[in-house]
Ligand binder design. Structure first.
Ligand SMILES: [Zn+2]
Length: 104
């Protein structure tokens, strides 16, 4: 028996810095099941409710919110950065406006 960890070893999430000059917290950009960009706190949190996973191509971090009974006891869930960012400009950002959510 050979054990290969290549497909099972967790990949590190692509951590970026929040664009808010008042925040600058490490965040991870994710794509929700509704196809919207959503930043989450880079560190898992006890109060987190967002599960992260890589998409099939392995180039996008997908986020989903597991049902409470599935989320119970998990320690790998993240908080939405919308909830923790001191800057509220996220909510006011126009959808599909001049600024794209990420820079490659
Ligand atoms: Zn922030």
């Amino acid at each position: 028996m050979t054990t290969t960890a290549t497909s099972e070893s967790p990949r590190p999430w692509p951590v970026q810095e929040c664009r808010s000059p008042r925040c600058k917290q490490p965040i991870i950009w994710t794509l929700t099941e509704r196809g919207r960009d959503m930043p989450v706190d880079a560190e898992p949190s006890k109060g987190g409710n967002v599960a992260l996973r890589w998409n099939a191509d392995g180039d996008t971090v997908m986020s989903s919110v597991p049902k409470p009974h599935l989320a119970f006891g998990r320690h790998d869930l993240h908080m939405s950065h919308f909830a923790t960012c001191p800057d509220a400009y996220w909510r006011a950002a126009p959808r599909g406006g001049g600024r794209r959510g990420r820079h490659a």
